[in-house]
Design a protein around this ligand. Structure first.
Ligand code: HEM
Length: 427
């Protein structure tokens, strides 16, 4: 990254003309990896007119952006890619929707203040302590599946991956299991509102859900304020100790609102993507069945090969030059995390899925720098447990014939269903 000191005021963008931007569909899932590969070769930074974003495709450029928070602001990471209609904005105003930047979309110094308090609970050690619970919950889900030998294909997304990570996260948040279906449905709509391409009518329908979601978080925090417990919202309230300078009530509600999406939608999609990769290249599935010690690296390779957060966002705070392209202050950047994970400069034969890949962990699916995903150890643990349990119980599992329909957003990516055959009983 070079900042252009010579011209402190906004300059026009200049960039080698190319065609990738015209072909790139930021919401569609059809040719994402193919176009990213072309971009890395021919046009490493390209402009996408449909959403008014500059797309950054090379790993080193993406890392440069993520690691320079004073030049690249995170303020837009949760802004709607498709702007809200007037009716939605009015609904939010009247409904008292007041989410404010607190974590992934918050810049320093507020980000540091809030992250330090969050990290006291959202820590690798606390996640590790949850492992017995995570195994218990996963076992409950697996018990509901037919045994190996059943002739019926099973949709793993619907039967396990959709709800499993929410049950784990709700242990941390102190939310009853009965609320999982409602919150998952709200979260799906919230994803589409923030990262999708909804028309006005669809936006309005989803906005009702988003409002209900926000009020749910407000009620949760109010409930804990009246009666502290041993959960994450109560921890934030204890840390606040009535002092707005530490954290305001609205900030706490915003943190809970943020986590109630980031903590399970990501892992639902990661699990589906990971099992899809493992079974599409079944020599990898056979390898982890025969050598379970490969599973930790299989998790990293799954994150590298087919991550669930394919892009993330930043805004330039000054004129910059990235990959030979001059980009003015105030521009929107779409950071191709998935593209970075397939960058030939770092990964040999990046289109090969290989659970034995030595540098798989060099992926940047959890970002980098001050906003590095605070849930990364939990996501890794959840996928490890799923791979261990499934490979033990269903070693002959295979992908059922199907055409994959994907969720269509600029950031989140995963299939809407994942049909598998569970394999013969006497495997
Ligand atoms: C496969 C699963 C996951 C993926 C791919 C993922 C990805 C990401 C990415 C790309 C970021 C932004 C990083 C940056 O800006 O540099 C992020 C931030 C964040 N993630 Fe995750 N995430 C996952 C799971 C989780 C889980 C399980 C939790 C909660 C327990 C979580 C909570 C958060 C939070 C709170 C932030 C904001 C951190 C900050 O700004 O300080 N994520 N995640």
């Amino acid at each position: 990254m070079t900042t252009l000191d010579s011209n402190p005021t906004t300059q026009p963008a200049t960039c080698p003309a190319g065609s990738v931007g015209a072909e790139y569909d930021p919401f569609g899932a059809q040719r994402t990896y193919e176009l990213f590969a072309r971009a890395r070769r021919e046009e490493p930074v390209f402009y996408c007119p449909e959403i008014d974003y500059w797309v950054i495709s090379r790993r080193r450029d993406v890392l440069d952006v993520l690691r320079n928070p004073d030049v690249y602001s995170a303020q837009i990471t949760l802004s709607p890619v498709t702007p809200f209609s007037g009716a939605v904005t009015e609904l939010f105003q009247q409904g008292g929707f007041s989410a404010q930047p607190v974590q992934s979309n918050c810049d320093r110094p507020d980000h540091t203040r809030i992250r330090e308090i969050s990290a006291q609970i959202l820590s690798a050690a606390n996640y590790a302590a949850l492992e017995p619970d995570i195994r218990r919950i996963a076992a409950e889900f697996l018990q509901r599946l037919p045994p190996a030998g059943s002739a019926q294909p099973v949709d793993l997304l619907k039967s396990v991956f959709y709800e499993f990570p929410a049950h784990v996260l709700f242990l941390i948040l102190g939310i009853p299991d009965a609320d999982v279906p409602k919150i998952k449905a709200w979260a799906d709509n919230r994803l589409l509102m923030t990262f999708g391409r909804l028309d006005e009518q669809q936006q309005l329908r989803c906005a009702e859900d988003m409002l209900a979601y926000w009020h749910y978080c407000e009620d949760l925090v109010a409930d804990r304020a009246a009666n502290l417990r041993d959960d994450y919202p109560s921890h934030l309230l204890r840390a606040r100790n009535g002092d707005d300078r530490v954290m305001s009530i609205n900030e706490i509600v915003s943190v809970v609102f943020g986590l109630l999406l980031a903590g399970h939608e990501t892992t639902t999609n990661l699990s589906a993507n990971a099992f899809r990769s493992m079974l599409t290249y079944p020599e990898n599935w056979r390898a982890i069945c025969a050598e379970p010690e490969l599973i930790a690296n299989a998790v990293e390779e799954a994150l590298r090969f087919n991550t669930s957060v394919i892009c993330w966002r930043r805004k330039t705070l000054q004129d910059v030059q990235i990959g030979g392209c001059n980009i003015p202050a105030g521009s929107n950047l779409l950071l191709g995390l998935a593209s970075a994970n397939h960058d030939e400069e770092e990964f040999e034969a990046p289109e090969r899925f290989d659970v034995r890949r030595r540098n798989a962990r060099r992926h940047i699916s959890f970002g980098s720098g001050i906003h590095f995903c605070i849930g990364a150890p939990l996501a890794r643990l959840e996928l490890k447990v799923l791979l261990e349990m499934f490979s033990q119980r269903y070693p002959d599992m295979s992908l059922a014939p199907q055409s994959f329909e994907m969720i269509e957003t600029v950031a989140f990516r995963g299939p809407k269903a994942l049909w598998v055959n569970l394999g013969p009983a006497d495997a």
